[in-house]
Ligand binder design. Structure first.
Ligand SMILES: Cc1ncc(COP(=O)(O)O)c(C=O)c1O
Length: 385
């Protein structure tokens, strides 16, 4: 009998690849060099801290002091005094009682959504939430109701009549369009329905609120007993990792029940040290948060004046619609050829029909660089947009 082909079980992926190719949805990794002539408006280094000498030196010092890895789960050997310091300072800065650091913002969202819901409970999730919140809903044992975007009334209705634990989850700033959630109204809706509110502040920390204290702080919700936030250390803080911020009893509950904390190696010391140094810089130089908002406003004003369909940014993300996924890919490539790196969003990251470029503002951009970015995006735009 001839031997069975060993690669047969994966033949179906070729059909999927062909479908992606025909739809203009092929993705590929493009390793970037350490130094690049491109003007970078594609990354999430909002405050320009990823390469700040104080931040990189802190990463090196932490690795030398604590080791290159944390050596274990935070519940075994992976919780250092450095993690504890970072948690205390992060919680105090953002106005929460306690914080828990995890290995990514993704892991923080999975931890918070799954640990704060129960079988028979209800999760109410904005339709535009980040993939990590969506995955948290998929992993949760609660029922999930997906509600229209930024719609407190819809949250109120979804909670109406539900008896038992409930949690509403929302991004504070939506990662593709850059618009902000109506947090105060959402909190009112949650309070009326007896639900907790979980806010993913990945794009708010370092940008919104007094000195960059984040969106829950700006909305007067930080420190409330019924509000929990998640953050990433990988955007404004220029490092890597994530955290859940909330009441001490919530953090204690997560330490005991959150699988992405218990079964994951603790955040590496270099990342914790870098994030702590970046947080201290942000605290000492609150003008950085103001500057990134100013740059986002200038990008939006310039793009709009050039006739492009740019969404008004509520924080650092500026989104510009493209006519199709293929046009978005070509547009981003033309920008790159002209010396500008921009993000390109198409399905499945965004719904069909709303492919776009995403420009991220940075506090360390000069006015001349902002003008050059606008000129490049406008000069390479597909017609009509
Ligand atoms: C809104 C939002 N939440 C969560 C995350 C995940 O954070 P991290 O990259 O630290 O895993 C991101 C980052 O991509 C994000 O944009």
């Amino acid at each position: 009998m001839p031997a069975k082909r060993q690669d047969g079980p994966f033949d179906w992926i070729d059909a999927q690849r062909e479908q992606r190719r025909r739809a203009g949805l092929v993705r590929e990794l493009r390793p970037r060099p350490a130094t690049s002539p491109l003007l970078d408006l594609a990354g999430n280094d909002y405050l320009g801290l990823a390469r700040h000498p104080g931040v990189t030196a802190a990463a090196g010092a932490a690795a030398r002091e604590w080791g290159a890895g944390s050596t274990g789960s935070r519940l075994v050997t992976g919780s250092t005094e450095l993690h504890a310091r970072l948690e205390a300072e992060l919680a105090a800065f953002c106005g929460f009682e306690a914080a828990l650091v995890l290995s990514s913002g993704y892991a923080a969202n999975l931890a918070a959504v799954t640990a704060l819901t129960v079988r028979g409970g209800l999760l109410v999730s904005d339709e535009s939430n980040h993939a990590s919140l969506i995955d948290g809903c998929r992993l949760s044992r609660a029922e999930t109701a997906v509600v229209p975007h930024a719609d407190p009334e819809a949250v109120r209705k979804a909670l109406d009549g539900h008896d038992g634990p409930a949690l509403a989850v929302t991004d504070s700033v939506f990662s593709v369009d850059g618009d902000a959630a109506p947090l105060r109204e959402l909190a009112d809706a949650c309070r009326a329905g007896g639900a907790g509110l979980l806010v993913d502040d990945a794009h708010g920390l370092g940008v919104l609120g007094d000195g960059g204290r984040g969106a829950p702080y700006a909305a007067g919700l930080a420190g409330a007993g019924d509000v929990v936030a998640t953050v990433t250390l990988s955007k404004s803080l220029g490092s890597q990792g994530g955290a859940v911020l909330g009441p001490a009893r919530v953090v204690e509950h997560l330490v005991n029940t959150a699988r992405t904390l218990i079964f994951d190696t603790g955040l590496n010391p270099a990342a914790a040290g870098a994030a702590l140094a970046a947080l201290r810089l942000l605290r000492g130089e609150p003008g950085r948060a103001e500057r990134v908002r100013e740059v986002a406003g200038a990008l939006h004003a310039g793009l709009t004046a050039a006739g492009l369909a740019a969404v008004r940014p509520d924080a650092a993300v500026v989104s510009v619609r493209a006519p199709s996924p293929e046009a978005a890919v070509r547009w981003a490539a033309d920008c790159r050829a002209a010396g500008l790196a921009v993000g390109c969003f198409r399905p499945p990251s965004v719904p069909d029909g709303v492919s776009r470029l995403r420009l991220t503002a940075r506090a360390d951009l000069t006015d001349e660089q902002v003008a050059r970015a606008v000129e490049t995006v406008a000069g390479t735009a597909p017609r009509p947009v």
